[in-house]
Design a protein around this ligand. Structure first.
Ligand code: NAI
Length: 329
């Protein structure tokens, strides 16, 4: 089977090339172009395409892929909100994905953001580099015996609950479903109770209509003063303008964000003055207690290996005509 791999980064190529020899019969060709209606025709002569969260796998792309004989779309990510599943079904094209490739990768990054913003590690790093060994502005608080509030206790949220327990924290959680594996050390409470009792709040629910702008002025006001807020889930869980207002109200000891509403606007790739002037992300960055990383939660060796092996196994299952829990329908 010949697979065309879109939007190739050097680390993608490395992890897939290391793995592909274990899957005889699979051949991958790599292109830096991302998949969209302009690049879909490159798939001529291939059996499958491999795409990512940033790809445009909408109707137009699907039409062209079908015309070029593509029968399988391998999403090398968990999400598939960018795939037109109705059109895939119409053309009998199979769509497969990689759910939950490494929950610990994201949860560990969430805790790293919480710790770094609590102890101002980014500021400490810069101060010492400039020969300033004073401790002013660096005081944090112990996580030990404080309360963590975890919103969404699926795979990543559960990993975050285990990490917080390891720190000796009391763990409160809010979810529409309770995760039975956590019952020994997590107390499920209402969202209101979680917000008003937690010292560290970490978001791990998906972005849906019901969770859009879950963190807004009203929910921020319910939080304790001096709380640390971490979002490694999806930017639009947090209403950025309200977060900025909350920061101005001195609500937060620290804010750690791996995701932000403007992610898709390439705020940092295209640094034009106009974009930066109107950018809420740039405004967030102007606060000394905000730390932002560039959606790197998933980015560990283990996660990349898991993505590669599951994606390639998905291709083999397709060839063997096997049903798979990784099918997207
Ligand atoms: P999951 O599907 O295992 O868990 C999501 C949990 O959220 C479930 O327990 C679900 O019941 C809960 N939930 C649904 N609606 C809710 C609501 N209204 N309020 C509270 N909880 C609610 O998903 P997983 O694998 O844990 O991923 C969580 C999120 O992490 C993903 O949706 C994605 O946005 C994000 N993510 C971020 C990455 C990064 O690199 N920063 C990488 C991978 C995922």
């Amino acid at each position: 089977m010949k697979i065309l791999f879109y939007d190739t980064k050097s680390y993608d190529k490395e992890s897939f090339q290391n793995m592909v020899s274990q899957f005889p019969g699979l051949v991958i060709e790599y292109t830096k172009s991302d998949l969209d209606p302009r690049t879909a025709a490159l798939a001529e002569g291939f059996d499958a395409v491999c795409a990512f969260v940033s790809s445009d796998v909408g109707t137009q792309t699907m039409d062209i892929l079908h015309e070029k004989g593509i029968r399988l779309i391998l999403m090398r990510c968990a999400g598939f909100n960018n795939v037109d599943l109705d059109t895939a079904q119409k053309y009998d094209m199979r769509v497969m994905r990689v759910p939950g490739y490494s929950p610990e990768a994201v949860a560990e990054h969430a805790m790293a953001l919480a710790l770094a913003s609590n102890r101002r590690l980014y500021k400490a790093y810069n101060k010492v580099r400039e020969n300033d060994f004073s401790l002013s502005g660096l005081m944090g608080f112990n996580f030990y015996q404080k309360t963590a509030g975890i919103i969404g206790t699926g795979k990543i949220g559960a990993a975050m609950c285990r990490i917080c327990r390891g720190f000796g924290m009391k763990v409160l959680a809010y979810d529409v479903y309770e995760n039975a594996s956590l019952k020994d050390f997590v107390e499920y409470v209402s969202l209101e109770k979680l917000l008003s009792n937690s010292d560290v709040i970490s978001l791990h629910c998906p972005l849906m209509d019901s969770t859009y702008h879950l963190i807004n002025l009203d929910t921020i006001r319910q939080m304790k003063d001096g709380v640390i807020l971490v979002n490694t889930s999806r930017g639009a869980l947090v209403k950025t303008d309200d977060l900025i207002e909350g920061i101005r109200m001195h609500k937060f000891a620290g804010v750690g964000l791996d995701v932000y509403e403007e992610e898709t606007n390439n705020v940092f790739e295209d640094r034009s003055d106009e974009i930066l002037e109107h950018s809420t992300t740039a405004r967030l960055l102007s606060f000394p207690n905000v730390m932002i990383t560039s959606h790197q939660g998933f980015f560990t060796r283990e996660a990349l290996d898991a993505i590669a092996s599951t994606t390639l196994q998905n291709a083999v299952d397709f060839e063997d005509g096997k049903e798979s829990p990784n099918d997207v329908k």
